[in-house]
Ligand binder design. Structure first.
Ligand code: APR
Length: 320
């Protein structure tokens, strides 16, 4: 049994799914935290009661006090409100910004050495706010979006081509929103890049464009179906893949919302780029050569993240 501690800030749909998966995978002791009394305790107990059936030995606790996350190795933050139909991720900004300030203070005090994965939306602005509020090093605070966006793209492609998801790779850059940039040139079926498959007439450019658009709208599609909240199964596994890479020093190269300090011509902002996650956190950001069309799309996406961060700075000038 691993001696790691995984703290989940927010014990809602994603937090509960994360707790269940972390326990099944025996990643370590799981601490569920939430502001609502009883929910983290109830979910911790419910999942613990499933352990005799599944045969795992993970310890789970629920808490309403930040002291419970003390010494956490990984913290995954889903605290805040999710989208309802008709809302964009950006509509959540004001409420979730306040939540990030509280969570940041808790991290600073009780888990300053943790690797922190932010999931709360609007993602690229909230991960910026969380890092700023917590004061943790940039390489230890990262946002989960690209793994999920790429997973959606991969799933849609596997359906289209009627091939195993295992043989589909995809890369998505930019912010987690309508301006995200699914990179078809770096997405493959069995190693064959998508533009080549268009040339081979396996798919038309028009159909590929439709799949790219469905990927961009992937979150809204689920919100439209669920009506009372947003996606949680795929976001949870995506965040956990990043946590595992850190805990096990796997050095997986995953698209993450990482802090950019000049890479891609961006300084002082978080945006979705491929990065290697090791025991150090973000080990390195991978800088790709982009075509001028891709550069334009990436810039548009980064500009929209910049706008959100500026809105955060107006609401909370003390944040930096
Ligand atoms: N501190 C801790 N927890 C909080 C706080 C806070 N200040 N404010 C709200 N929460 C808790 C809520 O009580 C709730 O249990 O955060 C949890 C959020 O859970 P859900 O509403 O079920 O939302 P979920 O689907 O898990 O999504 C969480 O991730 O993908 C994003 O857009 C999504 O921002 C949303 C977040």
């Amino acid at each position: 049994m691993s001696r790691s501690r995984i703290a989940l800030i927010g014990s809602g749909q994603i937090g509960g799914t994360l707790a269940h998966l972390s326990a099944i995978k025996e990643l370590g002791e799981v601490v569920l935290f939430d502001v609502v009394e009883g929910v983290p305790q109830g979910k911790a107990l419910d999942i613990a009661e499933s352990s005799p059936v599944e045969g795992y030995g993970s310890k789970l606790v629920g808490a309403n006090e930040y002291a419970a996350i003390e010494g956490a190795d990984v913290v995954i933050v889903t605290a805040g409100v999710p989208r309802k139909p008709g809302m964009s991720r950006d509509d959540l900004l004001e409420i979730n910004l306040k939540v990030m300030e509280q969570v940041g203070a808790g991290l600073r005090k009780y888990a300053p050495d943790a690797f922190v994965i932010c999931v709360t939306n609007p993602l690229d602005a909230m991960v910026w706010a969380l890092q700023t509020a917590s004061g943790l090093p940039h390489e230890k605070v990262v946002g989960m979006a690209g793994v999920l966006d790429a997973a959606r793209f991969r799933y849609f492609l596997s359906e289209e081509f009627d091939v195993s998801v295992k043989d589909v790779t995809a890369l998505v850059l930019g912010g987690h929103g309508d301006t995200m940039v699914p990179l078809t040139r770096y997405s493959t079926i069995g190693g064959i890049p998508l533009p080549d498959l268009v040339k081979m007439r396996w798919i038309t450019q028009k159909r590929l464009d439709e799949i790219v658009q469905r990927t961009r709208d992937g979150g809204a599609e689920i919100v439209g179906l669920l009506k009372t909240g947003s996606a949680f199964y795929a976001p949870a596994v995506s965040a956990l893949a990043m946590a595992e890479s850190y805990l096990k020093d796997q050095k997986r190269m995953l698209p993450c919302a990482a802090y950019l300090n000049g890479e891609y011509g961006v300084k002082g902002l978080y945006a979705g780029v491929p990065a290697v996650i090791s025991a150090k956190g973000i080990d390195r950001v991978v800088e790709l050569e982009l075509t001028s069309a891709e550069k334009d799309q990436f810039k548009k996406s980064v500009d929209s993240v910049k706008g959100l961060v500026e809105a955060c700075q107006k609401i909370a000038p003390n944040l930096g």
